[in-house]
Design a protein around this ligand. Structure first.
Ligand SMILES: [Zn+2]
Length: 120
């Protein structure tokens, strides 16, 4: 199976059924580009699956410092964290994995606040 790689101006990387979109500025960061591409290749084409979710939660042969550095220099890459966004090319893109991860993050946050409220 061949996967087309398309360089775009926003986000970090995203896998579609026929292509992988990746931020073109990452070309200047080969230490990030390679592991990110490898990661996207490992994803399935399913909208939502346990395998994909585990893959995203396990994230990272990628150095966070490098990633942070990249995001500060290219703030448009932050759209990567939006569970829903729109591009002219793809229309609305909904990322179920991210939806789930954000949901858990806020869920845990609320739970912690709730517990703190009970014991203070
Ligand atoms: Zn991923």
């Amino acid at each position: 199976m061949t996967m087309r790689i398309e360089y775009v101006n926003h986000g970090v990387a995203n896998r579609f059924s026929d292509r992988i979109e990746i931020n073109k500025h990452l070309k200047n960061y080969p230490q990030l580009l390679r592991p990110i591409l490898r990661h996207e290749m490992q994803h399935t084409n399913k909208t939502f699956s346990g395998k994909d979710l585990r893959l995203d939660l396990a994230h990272n042969k990628i150095k966070n410092v490098d990633m942070l550095n990249f995001m500060i220099r290219h703030p448009k890459s932050l759209t990567h964290f939006l569970p829903l966004y729109w591009t002219r090319r793809s229309g609305f893109v909904l990322d179920f994995n991210l939806f789930f991860i954000w949901g858990m993050t806020f869920g845990i946050g609320w739970f912690v606040l709730f517990m703190l409220g009970m014991f203070t």
